[in-house]
Design a protein around this ligand. Structure first.
Ligand code: SF4
Length: 243
C-alpha cells in the first residue's frame, strides 16, 4: 500500500496509535466502501482546516485534530467496549468520512510540524470574523502539551470578545492563570477522574441513574441555544448521558 498502512482495526486506538507513528493511514475497510478510492488518495499535509459548524454546535467556528492519536495515551475512550470501534464518538466520523480524516489529520500534521505558524494562521482567520462570540477547540483531539495550551491562551487574550472552550483529558498540564474567556473543562470518563481545580464533564454511563447535584447540569444535546459550558466554573459540572 505504498506509504499507507491499513487500519488494523485493533479496537484499541490507545494501544495501537499506528497512524501517529507513520502519519498516514487508510481506514477504507471500516470506512464507507464506495469512498475507498478517496481513502487511497489521502495524504496528510500541514494545512489548516477550520470548521464553521457541525451538527451539535450549530454555526460555531471550531477546530479538530485527529482523535485518539492527539490525545493522552491510554485514555478509556480510545478503547472499544462494545466490539466494534473505539468508544470515542469522534473516531466514528474520523474513520467514516475521507474529508474529515483529511482535515483533522492535516491539522495535526501542521501543528506538530510548526506550532507557531499553526496558531498564527488560526488567529489570522479568527480576527477577520465579525461578532465571533464563541470558538470551540477540539471537537476531536486534545491539547498536545503546555506550549500548545499557551498558544490557546495567547489567542484568547488577543480576542477578548470571544469565549473559547476546550474539553480535555490531558491531566499533567498547568491550567492556572488562563484568561477568563478560555474555559477548560476536565473530561472524565468512568474511573478516569481528575481535574480538581477545573470545571468537569462527567459521563453518566448507560444504565446509571444517579441524581444530579445543584452544581451539575445535564447537557441538552445541542449547543445552539445552550452555551452553558462556555461559562462553566470550577466546582461545576456538565453531565453527558452515554448513548
Ligand atoms: S451543555 Fe450546552 S454548551 Fe455544553 S456541550 Fe451540552 S449543549 Fe453544548
Amino acid at each position: 500500500m505504498g506509504n499507507y498502512a491499513k487500519c488494523q482495526g485493533s479496537k484499541n486506538c490507545s494501544k495501537c496509535r499506528e497512524c501517529d507513528v507513520i502519519k498516514l493511514a487508510v481506514f477504507g475497510a471500516s470506512g464507507n466502501g464506495k469512498d475507498s478510492k478517496k481513502w487511497e488518495e489521502i495524504t496528510w499535509k500541514p494545512e489548516l482546516h477550520l470548521s464553521e459548524e457541525n451538527n451539535k454546535l450549530g454555526k460555531m467556528w471550531n477546530i479538530s485534530l485527529a482523535p485518539v492519536i492527539s490525545c493522552p495515551e491510554g485514555i478509556p475512550c480510545g478503547i472499544c467496549s462494545k466490539g466494534n470501534s473505539p468508544d470515542c464518538y469522534a473516531v466514528k466520523s474520523f474513520i467514516q468520512y475521507p474529508s474529515v480524516f483529511q482535515a483533522w489529520g492535516d491539522n495535526l500534521t501542521f501543528v506538530k510540524q510548526d506550532m507557531q505558524s499553526f496558531f498564527t494562521e488560526i488567529y489570522n482567520v479568527l480576527k477577520t470574523k465579525k461578532n465571533l462570540k464563541y470558538f470551540r477547540w477540539h471537537v476531536a483531539g486534545d491539547i498536545l502539551n503546555q506550549e500548545y495550551l499557551a498558544h490557546m491562551a495567547i489567542i484568547a487574550n488577543l480576542l477578548p470578545k470571544t469565549q473559547f472552550l476546550a474539553f480535555t483529558k490531558k491531566t499533567e498540564l498547568d491550567y492556572s492563570n488562563l484568561p477568563a474567556n478560555l474555559v477548560i473543562i476536565a473530561s472524565q470518563w468512568g474511573s478516569y477522574q481528575w481535574g480538581n481545580n477545573l470545571p468537569k464533564a462527567i459521563l453518566r454511563a448507560t444504565g446509571e441513574t444517579w441524581e444530579l447535584t445543584e452544581k451539575q447540569f445535564l447537557c441538552p444535546g445541542s449547543c445552539v441555544n445552550c452555551k452553558q459550558c462556555f461559562q462553566l466554573l470550577e466546582g461545576e459540572s456538565v453531565v453527558f448521558d452515554q448513548h
